[in-house]
Structure formats: C-alpha cells, structure tokens
Design a protein around this ligand. Structure first.
Ligand code: C2E
Ligand code: MG
Ligand code: MG
Ligand code: MG
Length: 291
C-alpha cells in the first residue's frame, strides 16, 4: 500500500515537471534491482586539510551506472528514491560499500575518514539507525555522516538524538550545504556536529563577489567559536584557496583539488600526493641536499 502511494506520487511528479522524467515509477523499480545488481557506484572526492597540506578525508558520492542511460548523477534519482522509500536500502548499501573501500584504501597505505551523505528522513528512521550502527560498530571503519540543517528541521528532537547516537560510536557529523537551506542558530548550537561545510553557493565566486567573502569569513568565525572545523565546498581556483587560507578555513573541497573519482583513481591520486610530499620532504632535508 505504501509502495502504491509512492508510485502514485512519483507519477504525479512526472506530470508536474517534464525534467523529472528520470524519477518515473518504472525507473524506481529499476533502481530497486540496481541496488542488488551492483549498478550503483561510489565516487570519492577528497577533502584537503589546509594546515596539514594533505588529504585527510573524502566524501562518498553515489552514481548509478545504468545499462542503457549511462552514468546517472545523484541529483536525478536520490529525491525519487526518498519518495519511493528506497533510500534506507540504498544508504545501507552505500555504507557497506564505503566500509569495504576504506579497507582497500588502508591496504594501499592511505588512512582517510570517509563521509557518507544522509537523507533527512533517515534521521527519524529507527530501523535504519539501528542497522547502520550495527554495521559500523561491527567493522573497524572510521566514518562521518553529512546532513543538512534542512533535514534536521523536519523533526529536530529525534534528529538530534539520533545524530548523538552516531557521534557516540565515533562517527563525525558534518553539516552540509551550510547557508543554502533552512538555517537556525538554535539547532546549530544543539547539533553534535564537529564539521561545518560552507555551501559552494558562497565559494565558487568568492574572489569576484563583494558579499561572499564577508559571509564566508563570518561563517568560519562562527563555526570556530562553536568548536567546529570548517570545510569550504566548491573551491575551483587558486585565488579562492588563497583567500580561504587567510580566513583560517580548515579544509577545502572542490574541482581545484579533485573532482569526485572512482576508488581506483582516488588511490592513484593519493599515491601521487604521497610521492610529492616525500620529494618535498627530501628537498628540505639538508642531509639529502649534500648527497
Ligand atoms: P553534496 O553532498 O553537497 O555534494 C557536493 C556536490 O558538489 C557533488 O555533486 C560534487 O560533485 C559537486 N562539486 C564538488 N566540487 C565542486 C566544485 O568545485 N564546483 C562545483 N560546481 N561542484 C562541485 P554530486 O556528486 O552530483 O552530488 C549531488 C548531491 O547528491 C550531493 O550534494 C548529495 O546531497 C547527494 N548525494 C550524493 N551521494 C549521495 C548518497 O550516497 N546518499 C544521499 N542521500 N545523497 C547523496
Ligand atoms: Mg523502509
Ligand atoms: Mg555532501
Ligand atoms: Mg554539499
């Protein structure tokens, strides 16, 4: 009955917006199968720590490698998966995949905390919370979850309690897309979050806008006052990186560092980074300059 209602809703969505073709009911049945058939793929986008000058974390971003339609971006199916009540299964699949990928990254010598994006409705889904916690505590994974404030505002009491459960088992909570949705300082101060991600809306034109630098600087100061680390998303230029560095931004993420890439490509990226750091280290060491 619930599935019927979801299908009806997605049918109506299709009628309402021609661009939503991809969220049609038949595609949702395909997504259901895709979860089983390993058509879903995780890409990873590094988060670069400015003071340490190295990648310390990465964000997992899902893609659907559809047999006929090719690579479908998450913006084209996540909302429909939420509507069709497939998001819990999809996210549990994601967490399982990310735990396995982290083990592979570690074998290759790269120990990164990996962040998974959580849809708001999962923050009130007790069955999901239990299964996710069980899966994570039964592994030796080091994870983080990214959630938006908009998703907390739906049902703040249970969202905050459940985020605390995650934090208690060592999962870092990051507030995603900060400044772009519904924001409330009353919730911000209660969230057990250790990281705040400034939305790319304020970052991509940072050096050509009058207001964006003011907003970004005051957000960095606010987050630091609340003892959170700040990540700037959407860093695309050296000029933006330089300004964010002066402003005391802790981490940057964006096309300047790397686009989201498949796991093998992330390992290559990290191997390159390690080689470059070793070379820079050797060049600084006076003993090595002598020989
Ligand atoms: P998000 O979590 O805010 O992810 C950042 C998005 O910005 C990604 O798009 C990324 O490719 C893009 N991006 C990164 N750097 C830059 C940059 O320098 N410039 C610009 N213009 N864009 C940049 P993507 O991968 O298409 O993901 C879109 C959204 O889909 C994500 O936004 C997230 O909300 C959602 N999403 C992705 N994977 C999952 C998932 O596994 N579960 C859930 N629930 N949502 C997901
Ligand atoms: Mg369910
Ligand atoms: Mg995110
Ligand atoms: Mg974001």
């Amino acid at each position: 009955e619930r599935a019927e209602a979801a299908l009806e809703r997605s049918r109506r969505n299709v009628l309402r917006s021609p661009a939503a073709e991809v969220s049609g009911a038949s595609l949702m049945m395909e997504l259901d199968r895709a979860i089983e058939n390993d058509e879903l793929v995780m890409f990873y986008q590094p988060k670069f720590h400015v003071r340490r000058q190295q990648v310390t974390c990465a964000e997992a971003l899902i893609r659907w490698r559809h047999p006929e339609r090719g690579m479908i971006p998450p913006g084209d199916f996540i909302a429909a998966a939420e509507e069709a009540d497939l998001i819990d299964r999809l996210t549990l699949w994601t967490i399982r995949r990310v735990i396995a990928d982290q083990a592979r990254f570690r074998e290759a010598g790269h120990d990164l905390r990996l962040f998974v994006n959580l849809s708001g409705q999962l923050l009130a889904d007790t069955a999901f919370i239990e299964q996710a916690c069980e899966m994570i505590t039964g592994s030796d994974a080091t994870l983080g979850f990214e959630v938006t404030e908009t998703s907390v505002i739906r049902d703040p009491v249970s969202a905050i309690a459940n985020l605390q459960k995650f934090a208690d088992i060592g999962i870092r909570i990051a507030i995603d897309d900060y400044g772009a949705g519904l924001s409330s300082l009353a919730y911000l101060k209660q969230l057990p979050a250790s990281e705040l991600k400034i939305d790319k809306l304020f970052v991509t034109q940072l050096t050509s806008s009058n207001r964006d630098p003011l907003i970004v600087r005051s957000t960095i100061d606010l987050a630091h006052a609340l003892e959170m680390e700040v990540v700037a998303e959407g860093v695309e230029s050296h000029a933006a990186l330089a300004l964010l560095t002066v402003m005391g931004c802790d981490m940057v993420q964006g096309f300047l560092i790397s686009r989201p890439v498949a796991s093998e490509a992330l390992i290559e990226f990290l191997d390159d980074e390690s080689r470059q750091q070793a070379a820079a280290h050797d060049a600084r060491n006076p003993l090595n300059r002598l020989v």
